[in-house]
Design a protein around this ligand. Structure first.
Ligand code: IMP
Ligand code: MG
Length: 184
């Protein structure tokens, strides 16, 4: 089992929540749905760095309409594990999105603040359409109204790592989504 490959001291605080097989199966479904919804169009995927990198790659491989990539990095001011009301663009898109069909790829929607601030900024750039896909959704933590167009998994209020998500920049490489237990 994959989780047993990650059993040293470095991984002692982590237990598997969603294994690689389940992630792959769900991402395949999302890819099929998105391919159907965007039939006849070219899709611009906006990967939100760094957390969405792995999900973006896995999803893109399963989308059959033409796909373009761009990357953006944003940061929320505030304390470590929660985001505040302001979003700063640390790395902007390389290309214009005017007239394009844009799908923002997120790792997780938590308080909702990041997307709540980011989406209006992207809308101002006049894309033909603007939707969001997230791998994970933690609705219990929502501070602002935010519903995404495509969601991989709704999860309970736990701090998770792996498949791109980090704790203090660590554990992004794990091929599964795991719960991080700081006290363990
Ligand atoms: P927001 O609270 O919806 O604005 O989420 C902002 C960002 O917080 C996400 O894109 C993640 O990078 C990070 N985040 C939220 N919950 C978790 C978690 O459980 N593990 C790792 N990162 C998280
Ligand atoms: Mg993130």
């Amino acid at each position: 089992m994959q989780a047993n490959m990650f059993n040293g001291d470095y991984y002692k605080n982590i237990t598997v929540m969603i294994d690689e097989e389940k992630l792959k199966a769900r991402i395949e479904e999302l890819g099929a749905q998105i391919s159907k919804d965007y039939e006849g169009k070219t899709l611009k995927l906006i990967c939100i760095l760094k957390g969405s990198v792995i999900f973006t790659c896995e999803l893109a491989k399963r989308i059959t309409v033409p796909v373009l990539f761009d990357f953006m990095q944003v940061s929320s001011y505030g304390s470590g594990t929660t985001s505040s009301g302001t979003v700063r663009i640390k790395k902007d898109l390389d290309e214009d999105i005017e007239g394009q069909d844009v799908l923002v790829v997120e790792d997780i929607v938590d308080s909702g603040n990041t997307l709540y601030r980011l989406l209006p900024m992207l809308r101002e750039r006049k894309p033909a359409s603007l939707k969001v896909v997230t791998l994970l959704d933690k609705p219990e933590r929502r501070e602002v109204p935010m519903e995404v167009d495509y969601n991989g998994f709704t999860i309970p209020d736990e701090f998770v790592v792996g498949y791109g998500l980090d704790f203090d920049q660590k554990y992004r490489h794990l091929p599964f989504v795991g719960i991080f237990h700081p006290e363990k």
